[in-house]
Every structure is written in structure tokens, then in C-alpha cells.
Ligand binder design. Structure first.
Ligand code: SF4
Length: 437
């Protein structure tokens, strides 16, 4: 595939951004293509868009080296960090999308796009971690808006989810010093025994670190006990950018990059399902994004070399900013966040670079279902989940604040309109009988 180098006219403008969106909407009418992504790009008679004009430190030469990198990707070969950096700086948006779509076809041939029916339960909003981008938490447990869900409340939420056909709950919350370690084990055990049909994916690595701090136990002990109680996986939150310079700036009290990876590797060793995540838009550089991707790719190599599944999926999304967060109120707020175009560039680059993670999810809650549909043409094979009751991202101003959930019917419709075949799955990407509730 011949790649076009980025041109000066390719600089992002709101007009081009709007063009991308309206072209995407028009494309939604073409739903019966044999090769959806090829047809998608062929139908875009638009000038492609690029998002970030950061000076590249790499010494490859566009466009010659773009063609060589392209050949490697289409042949299923791994690209180097330098090549990824070169692609990021020089390939245009639509070429990145084509390459990512080709890579998806190598990993998962066909037109199937999966989705999951699940519910978030944010069991407490009390948190001492004070992430600068978070509008969800209350620092003081005695704040009038602070809460810890009772078992009665959790029951009601699970029963509502089951009635909608949910197969999983994501059980996550703040770092609440008032909850003893045994509370976590007991609540997982009680949910598992009361609702054995629902799969429990619970606690980000950062919450596991909190449990380590209050219990003095090792990651192995904690994750082993939670698994014994009925937990089946870790959702993968709290990764943001796995680069400690970024983390010191935006979430200095949170788990460090290597520790996040260590928790995940212990979980993978226990055969708990895990997801790799990434949030862009903290003002990070491409070098710092690649530091993040390198950590994930290397960890996945180590796990798969041991015969483990490792991360069974990867998902990225752009940071949401609102005046409810200290980052949103900062005088530097304009330099944070990421446009839809930047998100799509990152989605494509991640599919290409993380060549050892099979499933890549589109993120519709932050930029809307239409951008989620576009992401399916930039290498994603999964539309994520119904996201009932998402609180953390929506509290920071995501589109989910008003439209915090999509029904299974809506997810299927969006997938079909993007030109793919919807299929319901569970956390392990096993297909499920179609739920039409
Ligand atoms: S993002 Fe999570 S860890 Fe950070 S302040 Fe919010 S609830 Fe706490």
C-alpha cells in the first residue's frame, strides 16, 4: 500500500473535523459491503485530516520509509518504535486507517464486530488519590455527597442489569481508606454467591495497590483471594498514560507505571481476564505514548511466551475535561484533551503497534457512537459495552453525562450501519446467544 506523506494543508481545522464526521454519517448508509473498510475509505472523497504537528525525532525519510513501513504492516510484521513514531508524524489519517484495518483483518478476518451487555457499579466515590482529571470523587468520607453502596443498592443494580441481559458487572470505585481489606473480599464473595450468573470484573490495578497498602498483603495474595471469592477479571482502569513523568503531573498519588503492569501480570498469571487501556490528551508527547504502548506490548510478549492469554483486549479514549476537575479549571486546560481525529489516529496506531493484543475496542462514550462507528474502520473489532451507569468519565464531562448508556439494540444498529455484523460476546470474547431484551 502506497502511503501519502502528510502535507501542510493537512493541519487539523474544525472544518476538516466536521467533514470527517459528516462523511462518516453518510457512510453509515453503506452497510452491505463485502470489505467494509475498503469501501469506507474508497467512499471518502475527502481530504484527509491530521491532528498533531509535533516535530519528529526519528531520522526516517518520508515518503520512502512510509512505503517500507506500510509493507511491513500489511505483511503482518512487527514495526519498531522508530517506525511507529515516523508513521504517527508523517502518515495521513486515512492511510493509517487503511493500515490498521488491514492489520485487524490479519488478526481477525471477517466482518464480525462484537459487543457486550454489562453494567458499571461504582461502589464508592470516596477517594484520597486526587487525580487532577477526575470530577467523580469526594475526598472526605463525611462530605454530604460521599457514598459507599450498600448490598441492597448493589443488589438492585445487578438485578436491573440481569433483566437487560447483562453478562458482566464492572465493579470499581475510589480509593476509600475507610473500607478494610476484608470488605473487598466479602463483597465479591457475596455477589458471586448471590448472582452466580453474572461475571465479576472488579478493581483496577490502582485499587489492588490500595488493598496492598491497607492489608500488607502481596499482589499475589490479594488477587488469589479475590479470585477465590469469585472475581473473574480486572477491568484495566487507571492506566491513563503509563509514563511516570505524565503520572507525576496528573495523578501523583496513583499507582506508578511499572506497578500497574506488575498487577496485571500477576492477574494474568492467575488466569484472570485483563484489559489494556490508554487515555490520551494529558498533554503527553508521542514519545510518552510510545512508552505506554511499549510497556503493554512487552508485558503481552512476556505473558504469551508463558502460554497465557495476557490482555484479551485494548481500548483507548480521549481525556474528558470539565470545570468539575482541577485539570479542567487549570489555566493550561486548552492544551489538554484530544479531538476525534487525534483519537482515530491513536486508535489506528495502537492496532498497528500492539500487534500481540487480538481485540481492540472502539470507545463510543467519550466521543459519541458515530466516532465509535468510524473507529471500527480504524482497526477496532469490538464496539465495547452498553456501559450502564458509567460515572467516572461522565462526571468529567463525557457525552455519557446525558447518554450514559446504549441499549444492545442501539449497539447492534450502529455496528450494522458501519458495515459490520454484530455479535454479542462475554468478557472472554466467547459469542453469546443473541439477547433481544
Ligand atoms: S480517577 Fe479514580 S483514583 Fe483518580 S481521583 Fe478519581 S476515583 Fe480516585
Amino acid at each position: 500500500m502506497a502511503l501519502r506523506p502528510r502535507s501542510r494543508e493537512d493541519q487539523l481545522s474544525p472544518t476538516l473535523n466536521e467533514q470527517c464526521l459528516s462523511q462518516g454519517r453518510r457512510y453509515a448508509k453503506y452497510s452491505d459491503s463485502l470489505d467494509s473498510s475498503t469501501r469506507f475509505f474508497n467512499n471518502l472523497g475527502m481530504k484527509s485530516c491530521t491532528a498533531v504537528s509535533e516535530t519528529s525525532a526519528c531520522n526516517l525519510q518520508p515518503p520512502t520509509d512510509l512505503a517500507k513501513i506500510s509493507e511491513k504492516i500489511v505483511a503482518g510484521q512487527r514495526i519498531t518504535r522508530q517506525e511507529a513514531e515516523h508513521l504517527y508524524h508523517h502518515a495521513d489519517l486515512l492511510d493509517l486507517g487503511r493500515l490498521a484495518a488491514a492489520r485487524r483483518q490479519l488478526a481477525l478476518p471477517g466482518k464480525t464486530v462484537t459487543y457486550l451487555i454489562d453494567r458499571n457499579i461504582n461502589y464508592t466515590n470516596v477517594c484520597h488519590t486526587d487525580c487532577t482529571f477526575c470530577g467523580f470523587y469526594r475526598h472526605d468520607a463525611r462530605h454530604p455527597e460521599s457514598y459507599v453502596n450498600s448490598r441492597q443498592v448493589i443488589s438492585k443494580k445487578i438485578e436491573e442489569a440481569l433483566a437487560l441481559g447483562a453478562t458482566r458487572i464492572l465493579f470499581q470505585g475510589g480509593h476509600n481508606d475507610e473500607l478494610p481489606y476484608q470488605w473487598y473480599v466479602d463483597i465479591v464473595e457475596w455477589i458471586h454467591q448471590t448472582y452466580p450468573a453474572i461475571e465479576i470484573n472488579a478493581f483496577s490495578p490502582s485499587e489492588i495497590e490500595q488493598m496492598k497498602r491497607i492489608s500488607g498483603k502481596s499482589y499475589e495474595q490479594i488477587l488469589g483471594e479475590l479470585k477465590q471469592a469469585g472475581m473473574r477479571g480486572l477491568p484495566g482502569g487507571g492506566a491513563e498514560i503509563l509514563d511516570d513523568d505524565v503520572r507525576r503531573r496528573v495523578s501523583p498519588k496513583k499507582i506508578k507505571a511499572d506497578e500497574w503492569i506488575s498487577v496485571m501480570e500477576v492477574a494474568q498469571g492467575l488466569e484472570l481476564t485483563t484489559t489494556g487501556t490508554m487515555v490520551i490528551g494529558f498533554g503527553e508527547t508521542i514519545v510518552q505514548r510510545l512508552n505506554h504502548l511499549d510497556r503493554l506490548r512487552a508485558a503481552q510478549d512476556r505473558s504469551t511466551a508463558k502460554g497465557l492469554t495476557g490482555f484479551n483486549a485494548f481500548i483507548s479514549w480521549p481525556l474528558q475535561l470539565s470545570d468539575d476537575t482541577s485539570m479542567g479549571r487549570s489555566r493550561h486546560a486548552q492544551s489538554y484533551g484530544a479531538t476525534a481525529i487525534e483519537y482515530l489516529r491513536n486508535v489506528a496506531l495502537c492496532r498497528i503497534y500492539l500487534d500481540n493484543i487480538v481485540h481492540h475496542q472502539a470507545s463510543w462514550p467519550t466521543l459519541g457512537a458515530e466516532i465509535g462507528m468510524l473507529a471500527l474502520h480504524f482497526g477496532c473489532d469490538d464496539m465495547g459495552s452498553t456501559m450502564m451507569e458509567e460515572n467516572v468519565v461522565s462526571s468529567a464531562g463525557a457525552l455519557t453525562k446525558e447518554t450514559w448508556s446504549l441499549s444492545p439494540e442501539q449497539l447492534r444498529t450502529y455496528i450494522q450501519q458501519a458495515g459490520f455484523i454484530p455479535a454479542q460476546r462475554d468478557t472472554s470474547y466467547q459469542m453469546q446467544p443473541l439477547s433481544l431484551r
